[in-house]
Ligand binder design. Structure first.
Ligand SMILES: *Cc1c(COP(=O)(O)O)cnc(C)c1O
Length: 358
């Protein structure tokens, strides 16, 4: 099946940044993708248009009830000028899982893939080529029906925008200090923690603010019921190396099913390193730190790929992990995933999807 996506090219291309050290998500490309939904008609009018502001009624439901979901993935330019995306199917599937949880009509996954490919191709000259840089792809859905009633919207927009990202680790991979959050929680099972939806991030800002003031870069979230089990770090999944094995919290309904998390688990299994997905309490981590079993910890997500954790602050105690340096396994996982993303190492899983340069 082919999808006719109409394309209106800009007559006024923007100047491309000459270097790529911008703060994340500040520079957008020349075009964007749009698709509308109206009840009775379904999703319609797929189109690529010049990047521009959109007009919404002040009563649009997204502003009042947060009925919205998003995704985040990247496109990379290889040394031989091929364009690769990393496991885009996983993001498209997760987009629809988020849609279902937020009572948003699901999208045709083939159409979304086609839209991703065509939009990235239209703006391909924006993909930076310096080491560590990429094009960040942000698909999202907003509820646009202008009615102040708490009910699923009868109108939506699905859009994709693209942003140039500089090297996350321009100054090298530096382990971060983490505050284990005792007061606020991110999500509970049964809520929307496993959907990529705006409210989760708004709910986390206060804890992030307070941790920043205390001098930490991120918070480690504990579960909302027992305030004991580890969930995520900031907006990343989290892994701990305990002796010979690696442990990550199981997907329990309040944790986001990260594409990077899934890739790390598959890589570890491929390397015959035992990996466990299970409930993991902060007490177990404190105990493993005391006994010397805890040697590495890292967050995983599309933006940073791997973010090593140098220390954890919990109940006025500072747990320094691996002398605060980047661990061997963290580095190995980082090199393997970024190597596959950039097409410089073998891809035994078929994760890199090449865009046809027709
Ligand atoms: C997006 C996200 C992640 C990481 O998911 P990736 O698919 O690896 O980028 C983890 N936790 C939260 C809360 C997220 O929003």
């Amino acid at each position: 099946m082919t999808y006719p996506i109409s394309v209106e090219l800009t007559t006024n291309p923007k100047e491309k940044p000459s270097h790529h050290k911008q703060a994340f998500g500040t520079v957008f490309t020349d075009h964007m993708f749009m698709l509308d939904y109206d009840a009775g008609q379904g999703w319609h009018d797929p189109r690529i248009v010049p990047y521009q502001p959109i007009e919404l009624d002040p009563a649009a439901k997204v502003f009042h009830y947060g009925q919205t979901v998003f995704e985040g993935l990247k496109a990379y330019l290889t040394e031989d000028q091929r364009i690769l995306m990393f496991r885009p199917n996983k993001n498209i599937q997760r987009l629809n899982l988020s849609n279902q949880r937020l009572s948003i009509p699901t999208l045709d996954e083939e159409l979304v893939m086609e839209a991703l490919k065509q939009l990235v191709l239209v703006d391909r000259e924006w993909i930076p080529s310096e080491p560590g840089t990429s094009l960040y792809i942000r698909p999202f859905v907003i509820a646009t029906e202008p009615v102040l009633g708490v009910a699923p919207s009868l109108q939506y927009k699905f859009m994709i925008i693209l942003s140039v990202v500089g090297s996350y680790y321009a100054e090298g991979i530096n382990p971060v200090s983490i505050y284990v959050e005792p007061k606020y929680v991110r999500a509970v099972a049964g809520g929307v923690g496993n959907a990529k939806t705006a409210g989760n991030y708004a709910a986390g800002l206060k804890a992030q603010d307070e941790a920043t003031l205390k001098g930490y870069s991120q918070v480690l979230w504990l579960d909302g019921v027992h305030r004991k089990y580890i969930e995520e770090v900031g907006s990343m999944n989290v892994f701990f190396k305990l002796g010979d094995k690696v442990v990550t919290p199981a997907l329990n309904g309040s944790i986001l099913d990260g594409v990077t998390r899934n890739s790390v688990i598959q890589l570890l299994q491929h390397w015959n390193i035992p990996v466990e997905e299970r409930a993991l309490s902060i007490d177990e981590i404190v105990e493993a730190h005391r006994s010397g079993l805890l040697t590495e910890a890292f967050g995983t997500g599309t933006a940073a790929v791997i973010s090593p954790i140098g220390s954890l602050e919990w109940q006025d105690e500072q747990l320094v992990i691996g002398e605060g340096t980047t661990g061997e396994l963290s580095k190995r996982v980082y090199d393997a995933i970024t190597g596959i993303q950039l097409g410089t190492v073998e891809d035994p899983f078929g994760w890199a999807v090449e865009l046809p340069l027709s």
